[in-house]
Design a protein around this ligand. Sequence first.
Ligand SMILES: *Cc1c(COP(=O)(O)O)cnc(C)c1O
Length: 393
Amino acid sequence: MADHWKKRTKLIHEGSRRSQYGEVSEALFLTQGFVYDSAEQAMGRFEALGEDEFIYARYGNPTVRMFEERIAALEGAEDAFATASGMAAVHGALASMLQAGDHVVSARALFGSCLYILEDVLTRFGVEVTFVDGTDLAAWEAALRPDTKAVFLESMSNPTLEVIDLKAVADLAHNVGATVVVDNVFSTPVFSRALDLGADVVVYSATKHIDGQGRTLGGVVLGTKEYIRKTLEPFLKHTGGAMSPFTAWVMLKGLETIDLRVHAQADTALALAGALQGHAKLSQVIYPGLADHPQHDLAMAQLEKGGTVVSLEVNGGQEAAFRFLNALEIVVISNNLGDAKSIITHPATTTHQRLSEAQRAELGISPGLVRLSLGLEDRDDLIADLTRALEAV
Ligand SMILES: *Cc1c(COP(=O)(O)O)cnc(C)c1O
């Protein structure tokens, strides 16, 4: 495809592989296997896979390949491998490159399942993990060691929306030769410049903004051709974390509209955060796009916009937060994000329930905190719904 194409053009056309029928919409190759013309051809394909050649859908599939090429073009990555879920991507990205005795430094504010992989799974296999406050560069520097093999972080944390200085952390990590792995869900592929800023490997839960309409689970790992094909692919193709062709087809359709959707969601998030700032029922409106956010300048330089999620702290703790959620008419109570539907969740009792009270306090997840993912509904309707529900608190 054409390198000079701009983002929206790439998102519509990049990676398309037309069959002999010349279909306009990408074909869904719902097949596990591929037929060879001869035994010699089968042998040849197992020896070395050529362009447009496939063996088995756990290794690769034309529809999945179209998705991988399109998202790689969006991210500016050499290559990508699509996975069954975001967690298969996070696990694959780390487990494929680590072995017993390796050291990892990770930001502490992580999605619950990411924390499980770093804290419970990797350590069981002899990997040592040091957790740091991701916004504290001195802490990163102190934790990094000559034997640090990888650094892991979420570029924007869930649900307190702290923005990590990716370039500064990547520079520190590279000084000791560590590979920088970034879970970039909250930054979204639309606003991401993670590879430019120094990330070596970028991971997405495609379940979020890439699908964008709450239908399918998926994930993707992006990086150099060398890392994706030599390190990650052997691990994932043999351990079974591949994306299904049906999911890849849904995700391809999601990529066609992701730039329009995520910009609209981020604009709504900014308008809503501004409208609710200083509201008498709220003690905090957390949004990186607001000038009073502690990392506002960094967020603007790193991301262009503040993202699609706003976190609110309701006065009166859990009881008040529950009354607020229960009074909403448009915004639905659920724990996903990046959907066309606006979604609200109470992290302390759902996504972060597994943590101890002390751990939650350390991460800023107070009993009154709610996380709001903005959808594509009419902006004024959303502001009216949230303002009216706050009156019920
Ligand atoms: C949702 C999410 C994941 C996990 O993705 P799944 O597709 O649900 O497996 C990982 N990291 C972050 C930051 C997420 O928001």
